[in-house]
Design a protein around this ligand. Structure first.
Ligand SMILES: [Zn+2]
Length: 136
């Protein structure tokens, strides 16, 4: 399951942060971009399962981040909320699969709403990463 491998890499990052701080971790935020079509409950569960030994009582919060997109052809910039991405995926199931695996590879399938170009880049909202770490 894709969510487990994401959980493991986030956990490795958190272990690094925790060992540098040498303080117990109470809670962590996982930032999920609007373009990252994943099962966030599965991600939280996978993360907690993987973190059981190192961080037995950790609180995990998912923070959804809107996507900021930019057209390389005309320079237009626009924002997609997670709900906008859900709408898009409803009409293009294949895009949903691509966004699930790797948001960057799916970008050419998103068209600029102003000029229709598919030369689109994501300025934000295409990555899953650690957010704020709260120490006890
Ligand atoms: Zn454009």
């Amino acid at each position: 399951m894709h969510e487990s491998s994401i959980a493991l890499s986030l956990l490795a990052e958190l272990e690094d942060v925790a060992s540098r701080a040498s303080r117990p971790v109470k809670a962590v935020e996982i930032i999920v971009g609007a373009l990252n079509v994943i099962d966030t409950d599965a991600l939280v569960n996978a993360f907690k399962a993987a973190a059981r030994d190192a961080f037995p009582r950790i609180e995990v919060r998912i923070v959804r981040e809107p996507a900021r997109l930019r057209c390389r052809s005309c320079g237009h910039e626009w924002v997609m909320e997670p709900g906008d991405v859900e709408e898009l995926v409803k009409n293009h199931p294949r895009l949903g699969t691509l966004l699930h695996l790797d948001a960057d590879t799916a970008l050419p399938y998103i068209k600029c709403p102003r000029c229709g170009s598919s030369e689109v880049e994501a300025l934000a909202g295409a990555r899953i990463r650690l957010g704020r770490v709260e120490f006890a």
